[in-house]
Design a protein around this ligand. Structure first.
Ligand code: FO1
Length: 317
């Protein structure tokens, strides 16, 4: 059983590769919830939905988030009514938010709702939010104080300079029950053999997951290997503000900055051919490195990248 940690669009894309080469019994996808927020009275879980839509083949390939074949009648009328339209909610996407909000209000745990939605969308693989409790990424900006994540990321288009991040609620957050069972590996759950950190933004998408104490402790206790796929190619993020954030945090903006961020927590690295010149520096830090095509332009590349990452994990196991 491989535990994949995913957030954002890059993470979802690698998950699309992973599900092509691993069976549901061999993979569990743990998703970031730090981007979740309440908006227009709705509980919105972008990273869960992005992975769910991607694995269901319903995702919008150009935007990376939201659904394909979407219509925007709700947003058009909301605009006419003077409502908040900075966060775009498509008509089909809206049904997910409305039904999830209803079930959460009725007391159903987020992980249970996620499992049911996936089952209804024909997804056989397991997608689990890291916690069912409230955990929210807060962005401490240089000039505008503390911002809620989606305010920073979408409304302000990631323009404010970041000086720090904090994960509100992380210290009190418990592992979502299905995740606790998966990590424990109690029969019938197979033993976890490795952790794969997807090419998500380490600061925004992975750190909130690792901030959950029981997950962090589990990882620290395990002797199982951890492999990460760099989200930076040739010093640039494929999508999103990772490189900009790295510069604002003063950690450089190339793959070495990512390697240093995870330090010894990650044993093996998968990097892009454009960064092959960095392979020796990474190996000098004691990390095996696989160099491959990591720009997932289509599901075939995603499957090949997944294969390379899983092979490295298995080599280290
Ligand atoms: N990102 C945007 O840049 N603009 C949007 O209007 C937007 C709407 C949206 C709706 C549903 C959803 O699941 C995701 C959405 N996202 C939007 C992306 C979202 O902000 C990011 O995917 C994650 O929060 C960061 O990984």
């Amino acid at each position: 059983m491989i535990i994949a940690i995913s957030g954002g669009v890059g993470g979802a894309r690698l998950c699309q590769g992973l599900v092509q080469i691993l069976s549901p019994a061999e993979l569990a996808i743990v998703v970031n919830v730090g981007d979740d927020f309440e908006h227009l009275g709705l509980s919105i879980c972008p990273d869960l939905d992005t992975v769910m839509y991607t694995l269901a083949g319903l995702h919008n390939p150009t935007l990376g988030w939201g659904r394909a074949d979407e219509t925007w009648n709700f947003m058009q009328v909301l605009e006419q009514l003077g409502g908040d339209t900075w966060f775009q909610l498509g008509d089909r996407d809206l049904a997910v938010h409305i039904e999830r909000t209803r079930r959460l209000a009725a007391g159903e745990p987020l992980s249970s709702i996620a499992a049911d939605f996936c089952q209804r969308l024909g997804i056989r693989h397991t997608i689990i939010p890291v916690t069912d409790q409230r955990l929210r990424t807060r962005v401490i900006s240089r000039d505008e104080g503390e911002l809620a994540f989606q305010d920073y990321f979408v409304r302000r288009r990631a323009q404010p300079a970041i000086v720090a991040l904090r994960f509100d609620g992380a210290e009190q957050a418990q592992l979502a029950p299905p995740l606790a069972q998966t990590l424990a590996g109690n029969p019938p759950h197979p033993q976890p053999q490795g952790v794969l950190i997807c090419p998500s933004n380490p600061w925004l998408s992975v750190d909130p997951v690792l901030a959950v104490p029981d997950f962090r402790d589990w990882i620290a206790r395990q002797r199982i290997p951890i492999v990460a796929v760099s989200p930076i190619i040739g010093g640039r993020a494929v999508k999103g503000p990772a490189a900009k954030i790295m510069q604002e945090l003063g950690v450089g903006h190339d793959t070495m900055g990512i390697v240093d961020h995870y330090g010894s927590a990650v044993q093996g690295w998968v990097i892009d051919r454009a960064d092959a010149h960095l392979a020796d520096s990474i190996r000098a830090r004691g990390h095996p490195v696989a160099v491959t095509e990591s720009l997932m332009t289509d599901p075939t590349v995603a499957a090949a990248l997944a294969h390379t990452a899983v092979a490295l994990l298995r080599e280290l196991a």
